[in-house]
Design a binder for this molecule. Structure first.
Ligand code: CP
Ligand code: NVA
Length: 300
């Protein structure tokens, strides 16, 4: 049978996401079985990473498999070896490829040429592993998310796009507040709306946060957008998540951020370090959800 890739949350059915949450819950309680002793997984990182790299490397080792971390500089990629050649060579040695890169078309090219599952560890367009971990984190706290409201405040970036995909699969209501010109990907939005997802894009952060069980934000300049940081700081000035914005959300609402965070920019220190913040739990859950993803794809 042809292997499965995980480039987007849309590659999974709701039932499969439920299975991943169940397994991740089990892996929180006890280390997964070392079922993949003869397997190897390559982690190709073309951008910086702390959480994703370490949680995947630890998770792969806990599953009994062998992780190999590659960067462009430590491989032949930086010296010009085409990605399509790298994809076919790596497929001969390893059982899955985890990749973080810039253009989404680059991970699609990897998936096209590789004979093994390719897992998206972040592209400019999507960050599925993070949002799966975040939905798992919310489900543990609030139960099934269908019918609940989640807010996204700030940039319509890779995280926002993945939240839209999660909304289409899990049936919660998603309200995104972003400035004009920083909306999420129109194609992803249109596909979710076609599937009947309840997503709305508004300008006012208070309107998005009203009644939400979770208020999410992220940096205003993502990796690769460093030169736009000043212009973005001006555009996003009224999108700061502070205590008064959190007050407009549900009384039990939590604050979420995929990290790394810029204190005082997109979120105040008070909110990030406060009682409602679940950012450390989100980060920890990356490990368990990715173990569940690896188990699911390596078993196929
Ligand atoms: N949240 C996240 O993906 O963090 P890293 O960039 O550190 O991997
Ligand atoms: N949107 C951020 C997420 C980092 C985990 C970025 O792409 O840099």
């Amino acid at each position: 049978m042809k292997h499965r890739d995980l480039l987007s949350i849309r590659d999974l059915q709701a039932k499969e996401i439920g299975h991943l949450f169940e397994r991740a819950g089990e892996f929180r309680k006890s280390t997964p079985p070392r079922a993949f002793l003869s397997k190897a997984v390559v982690l190709l990182f073309e951008k910086a990473s702390t959480r994703t790299r370490v949680s995947f490397e630890v998770g792969i080792a806990r599953l009994g498999a062998h992780p190999i971390v590659l960067t462009p500089e430590s491989s032949q990629l930086a010296r010009g070896e085409p990605l399509k050649d790298t994809a076919r060579v790596l497929s001969g040695y390893c059982d899955a490829i985890v990749m973080r890169t810039f253009a989404h078309s680059r991970i699609e090219e990897m998936a096209h040429y590789a004979d093994v599952p390719v897992i998206n560890a972040l592209t400019d367009l999507l960050h599925p592993c993070q949002v799966l971990a975040d939905c798992f984190t919310l489900t543990r706290r609030f139960g099934p998310l269908a019918g609940r409201k989640v807010a996204w405040i700030g940039d319509g970036n890779n995280m926002a796009n993945s939240w839209i995909n999660a909304c289409a699969r899990l049936g919660f209501e998603l309200a995104i507040a972003c400035p004009e010109g920083f909306e999420p990907d129109p194609g992803i939005l249109a596909a979710a709306e076609k599937d009947g997802a309840e997503v709305k894009v508004v300008r006012d952060p208070r309107e998005a946060a009203a009644g939400a069980i979770a208020v999410n934000t992220d940096v205003w300049a993502s990796m690769g957008q460093e030169s736009e940081a000043d212009q973005r700081r001006r555009a996003f000035a009224s999108y700061l998540v502070d205590a008064s914005l959190m007050e407009t959300a549900d009384k039990d609402a939590v604050f979420m951020h995929c990290l790394p965070a810029h204190r005082g920019e997109e979120v105040t220190v008070e909110v990030l370090e406060g009682q409602r913040s679940i950012v450390w739990e989100q980060a920890e859950n990356r490990l368990y959800i990715q173990e569940a993803i690896l188990e699911f794809l390596l078993r196929e």
